[in-house]
Design a protein around this ligand. Structure first.
Ligand code: C2E
Ligand code: MG
Ligand code: MG
Length: 568
C-alpha cells in the first residue's frame, strides 16, 4: 500500500549538509528512486524548509557537523515541535560517538560517512519511510481526529493490556458525558459543538499526563478515562467543568461524571459498564453531577445478574406463581367481588419470595418481561377456565401487558392463541396497559389498542396519573377502564387537593364513559370517600392482598354463597 502511494506521487526528501559534494552524492542516489529532493546547507535553512513543507516532507537526512546551526541543535528543536516531530530524521555522520546523543534526541537511523553503497543508503531511507508511514497509519486509526484521544476499540485494547500486564497499577474507570449535548449543537451549531469537544479532549489529554492514564472519545459526547487511582473525583469533575463554563452565552454546558474506583481483578469493560451506569444515574441532575459506583449498586447489579440468569429456568421449574388480587364493585351493598388482577410472584429457591418491583423494571429494560408476561397470560387463562369449570362461574381476570409486549408484532396472535386454547370469551380476560407505555409512540399504541378492542378485548389503563399522561392522550386512547394510581388514594383523606383530583378524574372518566378502578385502598375511610365520590371499583389491601389461587377460591366461594343467599 505504501509502495503504490510512492508510485502516485514522488516523495519529498530534505538533505541537510554543508558540503556540496555530500549533497550531490545523496541527490544522485535518491533521484534514482524517484524521490524529489530539497537541499539545505545548515540547520537554520533546514528548519525553514521543514516548516514550509510540514505537510508533505517525508524524511530528512541531517548532517551533524554544520556551521550556523548544527544537527544536534536541529534535533533538539524538532523535539519540541509537535508537527515537526512526526517527520523522521536520519543522521549523517562520520563520528560514531555522536550516535547515542542523536538517538536520544529522536533520530531514527544513521548513515555513515563516507556513504556506503548506493543500495545500502536507499534501503535505509526506504525502511525508515515505510516504518514511519506505518506508524502514522496506525496512529490515524487509533485516534479520534477531533480530540486526538483514542477511539474506543484501541482504548479498550490498551486498557486490557494495562489490566493484564500491570496488575500493580490501580486504575479507576471514569465516564464523562455532556448533558443535553444535542441542544448545545442545536443552539450554537456543530462547529461550536466540535469546539467544545476539542477543548474537553485537550483538557483530558493534560490530565492524562498527570495520571499516567489513557482516554477515548467513546462516541459523540461520551469520554472514558482509565487513570491511576485518584479519589479526588469531585475536583477532577470541577476541573473539566471549568474549561466549559462560559463558553457560550446562551447555553449552560453541563458535565456529568460516573466513576467506578479500582477494584481488584475486575476487567476494564466491566469497570466502564459500572462507571457508565453511575454516570447515567445523574443524567439531567444539575444539583449532583457526580456518581461513584458503590457497594449498594454492586449488590444490586449482582442480584440483577442472578435474576437475569435464573429467569431462564424459572417458568419451567415452577418458580413463578400467579397471585390474584380481587376488585370489588363498591356501589353495591355489600361490595361485590367482580374481577381480579393477575400478578406475578417469583418463589426463588435461594432468595425466597421476590415481588415484581424487584424484577419487572429490570426485565422491561431488556424486553425479557415478555417471558414473564407470556407465562402469566397462559397461567391466568388456564385458571379462569378451571374456575369456570369448577364453579360454573366466570371470574374475569386482568393481566398486565408491558411496554415490550406492545411493540411486539406477535402480541395479538399470542393473546388470541391463549384465549382459544382455554375457550375463553373476551369478557373473561382483560388487558392492563400501563400509562407510561402509552406516552411513547402514541400513534402506534393507539392503533394497537384500537385493533385489540375491535377484536373484542377490554383495555384498562393502569397507573393513570402516575406519569405525564395528558388529557389529550386520554381522549385519543380508546380504552374501557381507568385504573387510578394509588398515590391519589393514599392521600385522599389528608389532602384536599387530592380529593379534588380524584373527583376530577371521576368526572372526566364519566364524561368519556370509562369505568374507574381505584387502586391501593387500604382503609375503610378511603373506601367511604371513594364511594361517595362515585367510584365504581376498588382494588386494595382493604379487601385483600394478592392471593395464591387456592386462597382466592375462598373469596369466590364467599361471593357465590352471597349471591345464592337471601340478599340476591
Ligand atoms: P400494578 O399492575 O399497578 O399492580 C398493583 C400493585 O399494587 C400490586 O403490586 C399490588 O400488590 C399492589 N397493591 C394493591 N393494593 C394495594 C394496597 O392497598 N396497598 C399497597 N401498598 N399496594 C397495593 P405488585 O404485585 O407488587 O406489583 C407491582 C407492579 O409490578 C404492578 O403494578 C405491575 O406494574 C407489575 N407487575 C406485576 N405483575 C406483573 C406481570 O405479570 N407482568 C408485568 N408486565 N408487570 C407486572
Ligand atoms: Mg396492573
Ligand atoms: Mg396499577
Amino acid at each position: 500500500m505504501i509502495r503504490s502511494r510512492q508510485i502516485q506521487r514522488p516523495q519529498l526528501v530534505l538533505v541537510v549538509d554543508d558540503q556540496e559534494i555530500n549533497r550531490d552524492a545523496l541527490g544522485v542516489i535518491l533521484e534514482t528512486e524517484d524521490y524529489e529532493v530539497l537541499y539545505a546547507e545548515n540547520g537554520v535553512e533546514a528548519l525553514e524548509i521543514m516548516r514550509e513543507h510540514i505537510e508533505d516532507l517525508t524524511i530528512v537526512l541531517l548532517d551533524l557537523m554544520m556551521p550556523v546551526m548544527n544537527g544536534i541543535e536541529v534535533l533538539k528543536y524538532v523535539r519540541t515541535d509537535e508537527a515537526m516531530k512526526r517527520i523522521p530524521i536520519i543522521v549523517l555522520t562520520a563520528d560514531k560517538s555522536a550516535e547515542l546523543e542523536a538517538l536520544q534526541l529522536g533520530a531514527s537511523d544513521f548513515i555513515t560517512k563516507p556513504f556506503d553503497l548506493h543500495e545500502v543508503v536507499l534501503a535505509r531511507v526506504n525502511r525508515i519511510i515505510e516504518l514511519n508511514e506505518g506508524r502514522n497509519l496506525i496512529s490515524a486509526a487509533e485516534h479520534d481526529p477531533l480530540t486526538m484521544l483514542y477511539n474506543r476499540n484501541f482504548f479498550y485494547e490498551y486498557a486490557n493490556r494495562l489490566f493484564r500486564y500491570h496488575p500493580d497499577l490501580h486504575m479507576d474507570a471514569i465516564v464523562l458525558n455532556i448533558d443535553q449535548f444535542h441542544s448545545v449543537n442545536a443552539l450554537n451549531g456543530r462547529d461550536f459543538g466540535n469546539k467544545v469537544l476539542r477543548l474537553l479532549g485537550a483538557e483530558i489529554r493534560d490530565f492524562l499526563k498527570e495520571t499516567d492514564g489513557i482516554a477515548c472519545r467513546f462516541e459523540a459526547d461520551r469520554f472514558e478515562i482509565f487513570c491511576t487511582y485518584h479519589q479526588e473525583y469531585r475536583s477532577i469533575l470541577e476541573r473539566f467543568q471549568k474549561k466549559l463554563d462560559g463558553l457560550a452565552p446562551n447555553v449552560n454546558i453541563h458535565l456529568r461524571m460516573g466513576v467506578e474506583p479500582w477494584r481488584e481483578g475486575i476487567e476494564p469493560v466491566i469497570l466502564f459498564d459500572r462507571a457508565r451506569a453511575a454516570c447515567n444515574m445523574v443524567r439531567g441532575d444539575y444539583q449532583n453531577s457526580l456518581m461513584i459506583y458503590d457497594e449498594e449498586m454492586l449488590l444490586r447489579e449482582l442480584l440483577n445478574q442472578k435474576l437475569l440468569n435464573d429467569l431462564r429456568v424459572a417458568p419451567g421449574e415452577g418458580h413463578f406463581r400467579v397471585y390474584y388480587q380481587p376488585k370489588y364493585d363498591i356501589q353495591c351493598d355489600p361490595p361485590r367481588l367482580c374481577s381480579a388482577e393477575a400478578l406475578i410472584r417469583w418463589i426463588h429457591p435461594e432468595l425466597g419470595l421476590i415481588n415484581p418491583v424487584d424484577f419487572v423494571f429490570l426485565f422491561e429494560s431488556n424486553g425479557l418481561i415478555r417471558v414473564v408476561d407470556n407465562f402469566v397470560w397462559q397461567e391466568a387463562a388456564r385458571q379462569v377456565a378451571k374456575w369456570k369449570e369448577k364453579y360454573h362461574f366466570t371470574m374475569p381476570v386482568s393481566v398486565n401487558v408491558s411496554r415490550a409486549d406492545i411493540f411486539d408484532l406477535t402480541l395479538t396472535d399470542r393473546l388470541l392463541q391463549i384465549m382459544k386454547e382455554n375457550h375463553l370469551d373476551f369478557d373473561e380476560m382483560k388487558l392492563e396497559i400501563t400509562e407510561s407505555a402509552c406516552t411513547e409512540n402514541v400513534k402506534q399504541v393507539v392503533s394497537l389498542v384500537e385493533n385489540l378492542r375491535e377484536i373484542g378485548f377490554e383495555i384498562e389503563m393502569d397507573d393513570f396519573g402516575s406519569g405525564y399522561s395528558s388529557l389529550n392522550m386520554l381522549s385519543s386512547m380508546p380504552i374501557d377502564v381507568l385504573k387510578m394510581d394509588m398515590k391519589f388514594v393514599g392521600n385522599i383523606e389528608k389532602s384536599e387537593t387530592d380529593r379534588r383530583l380524584v373527583k376530577l378524574i371521576l368526572d372526566i372518566a364519566k364524561y368519556l364513559k370509562l369505568r374507574v378502578v381505584a387502586e391501593g385502598v387500604e382503609k375503610e375511610s378511603q373506601l367511604a370517600l371513594l364511594k361517595e365520590a362515585g367510584c365504581d371499583l376498588v382494588q386494595g389491601f382493604y379487601f385483600s392482598k394478592p392471593l395464591p389461587p387456592e386462597e382466592f377460591e375462598i373469596l369466590i366461594q364467599k361471593e357465590l354463597d352471597r349471591r345464592r343467599g337471601p340478599v340476591l
